[in-house]
Design a protein around this ligand. Structure first.
Ligand SMILES: [Zn+2]
Length: 252
């Protein structure tokens, strides 16, 4: 039987042989309320002894989610735009913070998104902006530090570099968004993960690697795939906690 995970297993072995450690972190998008799926994800992260970075949609979030997270000390909250609403129109790719609106209007949403989450979740909120659909116009991204945001998390290459704004992207997305919205084939994901690790090993940088999840769309195959990825990376992984990055910083 062919080993679907072979490229990743070999790359992990190379890391282990070289004594390298990979900071590994979890970002999950689109939470607004408690659900059995969210419970399952929180339990999984606790089982892996990893913090869980939840990108919460501010406009839809309420006290029920705040109450749930109050009992889950490993959860950190990131700001997932404002309402996850597309403003670009039917011809363009979906974006809440794209070119369609004046930057100051979009930035007002980015500001109230943070404010609302701070009201609900207090110090659990980190100054990290996660634009819905991982898209953000350069003029909007440039305004984020002025609102007190310290980091932007999108997908690699999908957002502009901005001075004063740490980029902490989500690289490994196991969902087949263009197909059945189930898990991508394990061979494809193993190859992507292996390439992400090899690039770091060759460049000599231990940039954190993120597994991106969307608990509300997970079927059995996706749950299994995410577990498979975490277990494969585990021998060389160190759980990465964004709260540690911002421990000495406060939002304006
Ligand atoms: Zn989203």
């Amino acid at each position: 039987m062919p080993d679907d995970l072979a490229p990743l297993t070999e790359e992990v072995a190379a890391w282990a042989a070289a004594g390298l450690r990979l900071p590994l972190w979890l970002r999950d998008d689109d939470a607004t309320a408690p659900s059995p799926e969210l419970d399952r994800l929180i339990a999984a992260a606790e089982g892996w002894r990893m913090p869980l970075h939840l990108a919460v949609i501010p406009a839809g979030a309420g006290m029920a989610l705040a109450d749930r997270i109050a009992t889950a000390p490993g959860v950190r909250v990131l700001v997932h735009g404002w309402a996850h609403a597309d403003h670009e129109g039917p011809q363009a790719k979906k974006s809440e913070f794209g070119q369609a609106r004046p930057p100051e209007v979009a930035l007002a949403d980015a500001r109230r998104g943070h404010e609302r989450l701070r009201t609900l979740f207090g110090a659990r909120v980190l100054p990290v902006f996660v634009p819905p659909w991982n898209r953000i116009a350069p003029a909007v991204a440039q305004g984020l530090p002025g609102l007190g945001y310290a980091a932007l998390s999108a997908t690699p290459g999908a957002a502009p570099e901005v001075p004063g704004l740490l980029r902490i992207d989500a690289e490994l997305d196991p969902v087949d968004w263009h197909g059945a919205r189930s898990a991508l084939p394990v061979t494809m994901l193993a190859l992507r993960a292996a390439r992400a690790l090899a690039a770091r090993r060759h460049a000599g940088v231990a940039q954190p690697l993120c597994i991106l999840t969307h608990h509300l769309v997970h079927d059995a195959a996706l749950w299994a795939r995410i577990g498979q990825l975490v277990r494969s990376l585990r021998p060389v992984a160190t759980p990465f906690d964004l709260a540690g990055v911002f421990a000495t910083e406060t939002m304006s």
